[in-house]
Every structure is written in structure tokens, then in C-alpha cells.
Write a protein that binds this ligand. Structure first.
Ligand code: BES
Ligand code: MN
Ligand code: ZN
Length: 502
């Protein structure tokens, strides 16, 4: 799909559909909506006064023009209440109107730059959000099934001033590239576990490295043994698929040896192992490598945006399966940092593989560390499916991440890590055990990870609730969401900027 700028009056554009908008509660259309209304001889204002077009956020109203305009359809995008409006809502409504128009067989659509000039939103922020919203909202996982609708081939962004074209093109370029990285993450997560094994994940990383000129490394079982990664190896024991520890490095600052570490949980299928999960819904556990996909594709976007910073993604990848050689409840493992772990549940495997990945990242000297993981059902219970849980040992870093998340419209919420709950991870026979009690499961999981972090600033983001969606809404489509990519990319960009300033 192409996204282009077109200078001129939206009402006169030859396209299958043109898109204008309305805030909720407005009795009279304004701006481009008013101009289109005039050509349509008041049809829009009468529909508004009849209450048929309300402008509620996410509402897409379709009006046919029957020859009054070059475009056959006018879509009126509901922006919601003016006071609730923000850039993320531009993304959202764009996803909604793009899907609505695709269903109507539109191939070429034109839209105004929704929201620009409102509440300080710049023209280019709107263009970037529209590019993201369109690509994300039109995403589908079509590898194994023909798509239901034909593609929208072209989106034209209508602007009045010719002078704005270059900056808008840059903004569209950035939006497209980030959205494509997110869609790549979605593809990887939506891929069934038989086609996204640890080996295939390593292959994907290698391909990415070749394409974007990144450094790629992969470690096998024997390497892990040499490095003493007993926790990761313990989880991998039950599977015939060999585990992989993958690193992908972007070097944007040649003068520095330092690099930020992004870690992602890469369980390509989580059956629970011997502590097996109920069969209902177990298929969803192919998503358990969403953290891995996010960190990998965030690096893809960063490699194209080229901030002056170094980033290394670290991905422990394995299946979690039951078998005659599988890890058993009660087993004791020795992690890379020397700590012993009593395995109470083999289904609390994410923290085991991340324990060794965290040690390895520290051995590489990566700092700060940010891990993303579909770690606990408890986080989904606590925060639902909109908010990811944020934990960490460094409030400055947590604040930076929350700020990056806020800026990019990814909802994240800081969770507490009270000392008292550490009690829950105490084992009678080992340094720690891998499960706490019934309550506060997302927190005890984070406290477990903290056992494997020394003094490095570290943040853990639990995306168990947010990594996939059962509903289609705005720029979120069914299945994998690619959550976290925007926040990590924004963090890398803002870090590079602030370091340059000092
Ligand atoms: N991958 C799951 C967590 C999960 C659950 C992700 C639902 C997405 C949706 C994780 O490995 C797991 O099984 N966690 C257990 C931990 C428990 C055994 C302490 C859980 O949350 O039940
Ligand atoms: Mn599990
Ligand atoms: Zn898991």
C-alpha cells in the first residue's frame, strides 16, 4: 500500500472515497467537513442534526455522493469528545475507517490530516499516526488463508500547503517503517508453533541481520552448557526442538562500547510442561514468544531510523513441553549466576529462561536492561488486556519507559515490587523457587527476575494481557498486537537524543 501526499481540496480528489471527520457533540460540521457538506448541499449537517452521525470515537459513517463529488463515498470519521482527543485516537480512527472502506471495496482513498492543529497536534504527528493506523488497522495474517477483502492500494493525505510536503513525507516514512516493524512482530507471533520453532526464530533473526546489517549470534545447547545456563536448559529438556539463545545488535554509536539490552521471552510454545495447562485455549500459547518478536522487530525499526545509540536484543528461545526427558516439579536447577532454583511449577518457565538471559546480558555489559515477556496470567487478571505491567529496580528508567509508552499510545502501568513478597519465592532446599502463592503472581514473578539482576538498571514489562487481542478495534487487529515495539523504538530515539545533548 502506498501513502502519498496530495495538495489540494479534498472534495475535488478523484478517489473511491474521501474521509472527513466530526467531533462528538458538534452540531455544525467545521473545516473540510463543512466544505464537503456544502458541495453535498447540506446532507452531512442534516444527518448530524438528525443524530445519525454522532461523531462518537470509532464511528465511521458512510454517505454516498451520487455524482455530486468525484469520489463516490464520503466517510465521516468520529473523533469522539474534543477533550479526550490525542494522537493515539488518530491512529485508532484511521484503523477503523480504513477497514470500513476496505469492506466497501475501496482501493484508493483520500483523507484529511485528522486532528492536526487540535490541542497542539502538529501536521506531521497526524500524518505519522495516520500512516501507522492505516498499516496496523489493515493488517491481517494471510499466510494460510486468503484475505476476505481486497487491499486498499493507495491512501492520499490531502493538505493545503505545498511547503509542508517534505516534512510530511518524512513523517509518513517514519510511521510506515514503525508500523511495518510491528506487523512483522505480529506475523512472527501469529505464526503457528510448528512454523516458529526456536531454530526458525534464529533463522528469522539471521535474515533480519542480513537485511539491516546487524550483528547476529546464535548459541546452541552446548554453548549454553559451557556458560552454565542451567535454567534455560532445564526448560528446553522436554522438547526435541533444540533451544537457541539469539542476539541481534545494532551499532549506531561507533564511539561507544556501551549498549542498551532488550530481552524478550521466546517460548515458541508453552504447554506448561509436566505442570501441563488445560487443553482449552492451549493453542494461544504459540504467542508466548511475543516478547522475543517485539525486541527483534524494535531493532529492525531502530536500524532504519539510525539513532546514535547501540542496542542489543537478547532472546532465549525454547519450547516448553512434557516428555520423558522433561523438567519435573521438584527439580532443582542451577542458573548461570550460580543461584539454585527449585522448580515448583514447570509452567513458570518464562522466569527460568529469562533468569539466564538476564545473567548473559549483564555478562555482555548491556545497560540498561529492558525485558518484555508474556510472563503471567496474573498480570492479565490485574491489568486486563489494555495495560502492560511495568516493574523495575530503577525509577528513572521506569519513568523513561512510561513516558515513551505514553508518547506512543501504548498503555503501561507501573506495578509495585514490595520486599515483603520476596518471602513467597523462598525455597526450603534452594536459593529460590519459581512460583509464589495464589496472590500477586505478576509481582512475585518480577521479584524472581530481580534475583538475577545485580546493579544494572532494569525494567520488566509483562505483556501477557496485551500481546494478543480477541477483538478488532481501531489499529488493533485480532491475534498478535505487536505491543512494545513503539515504546522501545521511542526509548531508543529519545535516549540517543538526550545523550547527544549531554
Ligand atoms: N505464558 C504463561 C503466561 C500467560 C498466561 C501468558 C496467559 C499469556 C496468557 C506463563 O508461562 C505461565 O504459564 N505462567 C503461569 C505462572 C504460574 C504457574 C506461577 C501462570 O500465569 O499461570
Ligand atoms: Mn508457562
Ligand atoms: Zn509461558
Amino acid at each position: 500500500m502506498e501513502i502519498k501526499i496530495i495538495v489540494g481540496d479534498i472534495a475535488q480528489i478523484e478517489a473511491d472515497a474521501i474521509v472527513v471527520n466530526l467531533f462528538e457533540g458538534m452540531e455544525q460540521p467545521g473545516g473540510a467537513t463543512a466544505a464537503v457538506d456544502e458541495v453535498l448541499e447540506g446532507v452531512l449537517s442534516s444527518l448530524i442534526s438528525r443524530g445519525e452521525i454522532k461523531g462518537k470515537f470509532g464511528e465511521v459513517s458512510i454517505v454516498h455522493t451520487f455524482g455530486k463529488l468525484p469520489a463516490g463515498i464520503v466517510a465521516i470519521a468520529g473523533l469522539g469528545k474534543r477533550q479526550d482527543f490525542n494522537v493515539d485516537r488518530i491512529r485508532g480512527i484511521t484503523g477503523d475507517f480504513c477497514r470500513a472502506l476496505r469492506k466497501l471495496n475501496c482501493h484508493r482513498i483520500a483523507t484529511i490530516l485528522h486532528g492536526s492543529g487540535i490541542g497542539g497536534i502538529e501536521l506531521e504527528a497526524s500524518a505519522e499516526a495516520i500512516a501507522e493506523g492505516a498499516l496496523l488497522g489493515l493488517y491481517g495474517f494471510t499466510k494460510y488463508k486468503k484475505p476476505e477483502y481486497e487491499d486498499i492500494e493507495e491512501i492520499l493525505l490531502a493538505v493545503r500547503e505545498k511547503g509542508k510536503v517534505p516534512i510530511l513525507e518524512t513523517a509518513i516514512g517514519k510511521g510506515k517503517l514503525v508500523a511495518e516493524a510491528i506487523n512483522l512482530a505480529r506475523d512472527m507471533v501469529n505464526e503457528p508453533a510448528n512454523c516458529m520453532t526456536p531454530g526458525q526464530m534464529a533463522e528469522a533473526a539471521k535474515e533480519i541481520a542480513g537485511k539491516y546489517n546487524l550483528e547476529f549470534k546464535v548459541f546452541d545447547r552446548e554453548d549454553m552448557e559451557t556458560m552454565g545456563m542451567g535454567a534455560l536448559l532445564g526448560v528446553a529438556k522436554g522438547s526435541n526442538q533444540p533451544p537457541k539463545l539469539i542476539t541481534l545488535s545494532y551499532k549506531g554509536d561507533e564511539r561507544s562500547e556501551k549498549a542498551v539490552g532488550f530481552l524478550g521471552k521466546g517460548i515458541t510454545f508453552d504447554s506448561g510442561g509436566i505442570s501441563i495447562k488445560p487443553s482449552e485455549g492451549m493453542n494461544e500459547m504459540k504467542d508466548d514468544m511475543a516478547g522475543a518478536a517485539t525486541v527483534m522487530t524494535a531493532v529492525v525499526a531502530i536500524a532504519q531510523l539510525k539513532p546514535k545509540i547501540n542496542v542489543t536484543a537478547v532472546i532465549p528461545a525454547t519450547e516448553n513441553l512434557p516428555s520423558g526427558t522433561a523438567l519435573k516439579p521438584g527439580d532443582v536447577l542451577k542458573a548461570m549466576n550460580g543461584k539454585t532454583i527449585e522448580v515448583i511449577s514447570t509452567d513458570a518457565e518464562g522466569r527460568l529462561i529469562l533468569a539466564d538471559a538476564l545473567s548473559y546480558a549483564q555478562k555482555l555489559g548491556l545497560s540498561p536492561l529492558i525485558d518484555l515477556a508474556t510472563l503471567t496470567g496474573a498480570c492479565r487478571v490485574a491489568l486486563g488486556t489494555l495495560y502492560s505491567g511495568v516493574f523495575g529496580n530503577d525509577q528513572d528508567l521506569i519513568d523513561k519507559i512510561l513516558k515513551a509508552a505514553e508518547k506512543t499510545g501504548e498503555r503501561m502501568w507501573q506495578m509495585p515490587m514490595p520486599e515483603e513478597y520476596k518471602e513467597q519465592n523462598k525455597s526450603e532446599i534452594a536459593d529460590v523457587k519459581n512460583t509464589g502463592n495464589r496472590y500477586g503472581g505478576a509481582i512475585t514473578a518480577a521479584l524472581f527476575l530481580a534475583e538475577f539482576v545485580d546493579n544494572t538498571p532494569w525494567v520488566h514489562i509483562d505483556i501477557a494481557g496485551t500481546a494478543s487481542s480477541t477483538k478488532e478495534s481501531g489499529y488493533i487487529t485480532k491475534g498478535a498486537t505487536g505491543v512494545g515495539v513503539r515504546t522501545l523504538v521511542e526509548l531508543a530515539l529519545s535516549e540517543a537524543k538526550s545523550r547527544e545533548a549531554t
